[in-house]
Each structure stands twice: as structure tokens, then as C-alpha cells.
Design a protein around this ligand. Structure first.
Ligand code: TRP
Length: 327
């Protein structure tokens, strides 16, 4: 039987190629050796202000995006966190072995307080506990995440250790598996790809939008005229070529740029074609899935149905250990 691990997906809609190359591709590669649980973490999403009317749409949108990008709902378990109540049940128990001082030192909490000073709620404070519950509930030994989640994994290991020392050996300490190449820069060439910075290529961008975004993106700033030679090593577009292009194309672009034999637009045309070829099937699958919301709902229902017995088995052991399993 394949082992499980849990990884969380924020119900926040559109995915960009940074998400795809960083996280999703790695998840997909783990689907054969594990039976991963991918949870759309709607309870986590409640820790910041949101519109309740929009939440169901956001959840379906996330499900469609990930399935379109290659998450196979038969090999993996795609579920919604709130559909499996054991997540919050375990979170409560973990609350009771976690010192408040430790939670207040989690860097992501401090950051969220800065970003939402008028909504510092208990859910935000306990966010890492719910995440630890997600992970420990499925006895995850590995957790594929981005680098920004490492403090949460450290926290999860501490919670597991504390629980074990109070109630006896129960949880193994999970380790993070960092996604490779997660740090693709945005089209601005300065920041990492991020929705809020509007520097993204999205997995549902049309061919025209892809072409326009890349055509207008900055290259080597020293290359002002077509006849100026450029330096591929400082060109953001060339850094994309390293991901998308063949060795021959890389050589063609690097040489052409350094000798001014080709212009930036020539180089960009090759990249545009590669990005369009990668995005088109994902975009079309996503649109297909969103046109059949009932099928998506059924996928999520079946996901919860498969996740629940795994979660219940862990909870039976946990409840016995903490002494709330009378009768
Ligand atoms: N905190 C994660 C994020 O913002 C989402 C998440 C929730 C998660 N629970 C998880 C990730 C458990 C990995 C494992 O991206």
C-alpha cells in the first residue's frame, strides 16, 4: 500500500507558471510512489477576511486548476479540508500541548499581523496548529512545500515531539521536501513570480496574452538598441530559456545575443512558443473542468470519502492516548 502525505492548497484561484514549475510538477511526480492527500484548505483561508459567497467558487477553481495541471484525482486524494472534521478535532488537541509563546514567535504570524493589523484573530494565531494537524493526521513522513513554509514544518515537528513526550510515542516527525526551481522570477525580472505583483504568466493565459506579456518584458537593460550586444546572464528572458528551451536553442540565443546577431524579439519568439505549448493544454483542461462543476464536486466528495477513514484511524489512536475514548 502506498503511504500518504498531506500537502495543502490555498483556495486562491489562478495558478502561475511559478506554482507549476515549483510545486505542482513535484507533487505530480510523487503520485506513483505515495497516495498523497491534497487538501484545499478552506479553514486556513478563513483566517483572513473573505467573502463567504465567493468561497465555494474559489474551492472549485482551485480543484480545476490542480487537476488541469496534472494532479490525478484517482492516484491522489483531492479533498476539501472542511469535509473531514478530524482536521479541526486534532487541531484542538494539539492546541492543548502548544505554548502560546511558541506560536507568537512563528515568523508567518508576525508577518500576517503586520499585513492585517485590524484582524488579528485566534485562527491566525493558531494557523500553524491546524497545519500541523493536517500533516500529522495522515502520518506524513514528507511534506512537499515551498521554502516559505519551512517554519511551519519546524513547528509541526516540535508539536509532534511535544505530543509524544506528554502522551507517548504517536507521531513521526515529518520533513519538508522543497520544490526545485520554485524561485522563478517574475516578468519584471526583479521579484519572484507573485500574484500581487502582477508579474505572472498564468496557466490560463491565452496565447495572445502570453505573447504580449513576454514581448513587453524587460531584457538586459544595457541592450538598448538592436545592434547592441547583450549579456544573457543578466537577461531575465534568458533565465526562462534555461527552463523551457533545448540546448541548441539556448546556444543560439546566448550566442546571438552576445554578438547582436539576433534581437531580443527573435529570442522572445522562441520562448513565447514554448510557453504557449506548455500552457495551452492546461488552460483547455481547466476550462473543460469548470464547465462541469458537478463532476468537480463529485471528485471532492470522493476525495473526502477516501481521506476520512485514514483520518479516523489516527484519531482513534490519538483519542485513546489523550484519554477521551471512554467506552
Ligand atoms: N500554509 C500552506 C500555504 O499557505 C497551506 C497548507 C495548509 C499546507 N496546510 C498544509 C501545506 C499542510 C502543507 C501541508 O501554502
Amino acid at each position: 500500500m502506498r503511504k500518504h502525505f498531506f500537502s495543502g492548497i490555498q483556495p486562491s484561484g489562478r495558478l502561475h507558471i511559478g506554482n507549476y514549475l515549483g510545486a505542482i510538477k513535484q507533487w505530480i511526480s510523487l503520485q506513483d510512489s505515495y497516495e498523497p492527500v491534497f487538501g484545499i484548505v478552506d479553514y486556513h483561508a478563513m483566517t483572513v477576511r473573505y467573502d463567504p459567497l465567493e468561497m465555494p467558487g474559489r474551492v472549485l477553481d482551485a480543484a480545476a486548476s490542480y487537476v488541469a495541471a496534472g494532479l490525478d484525482p484517482e492516484k491522489s486524494i483531492l479533498m476539501v479540508q472542511s469535509h473531514v472534521p478530524e482536521h479541526v478535532e486534532l487541531a484542538w488537541i494539539l492546541n492543548c500541548v502548544t505554548p502560546m509563546g511558541r506560536l507568537s514567535r512563528v515568523p508567518t504570524f508576525k508577518e500576517k499581523v503586520r499585513q492585517n493589523p485590524d484582524n488579528v484573530n485566534m485562527g491566525l494565531f493558531g494557523y500553524p496548529i491546524l497545519m500541523a494537524a493536517d500533516i500529522l493526521l495522515y502520518r506524513s513522513e514528507i511534506v512537499p512545500v515551498g521554502e516559505d513554509q519551512v517554519p511551519h514544518l519546524e513547528f509541526t515537528r516540535e508539536v509532534a515531539r511535544r505530543f509524544n513526550s506528554v502522551f507517548g510515542e504517536t507521531f513521526r516527525e515529518p520533513v519538508e521536501v522543497l520544490s526545485k526551481g520554485a524561485r522563478i522570477r517574475g516578468l519584471d525580472g526583479i521579484n519572484k513570480m507573485s500574484k500581487s505583483l502582477e508579474n505572472c504568466l498564468y496557466l490560463d493565459d491565452s496565447d495572445e496574452v502570453i505573447s504580449k506579456k513576454i514581448s513587453t518584458a524587460p531584457t538586459d537593460p544595457a541592450r538598448k538598441r538592436r545592434t547592441d550586444p547583450g549579456d544573457p546572464d543578466v537577461c531575465n528572458i534568458y533565465s526562462y530559456h534555461r527552463i523551457f528551451s533545448t540546448p541548441e536553442e539556448l546556444e543560439h540565443c546566448a550566442h546571438g545575443c552576445a554578438t547582436a546577431e539576433i534581437g531580443c524579439l527573435d529570442c522572445k519568439r522562441i520562448l513565447i512558443r514554448h510557453v504557449q505549448e506548455m500552457v495551452a493544454p492546461i488552460r483547455d483542461r481547466r476550462a473543460d473542468l469548470l464547465a462541469r462543476p458537478d463532476d468537480l464536486i463529485e471528485i471532492l466528495r470522493l476525495g473526502a470519502e477516501r481521506a476520512r477513514p485514514i483520518a479516523q484511524a489516527t484519531m482513534a489512536e490519538v483519542k485513546a492516548k489523550v484519554g477521551v475514548a471512554v467506552g
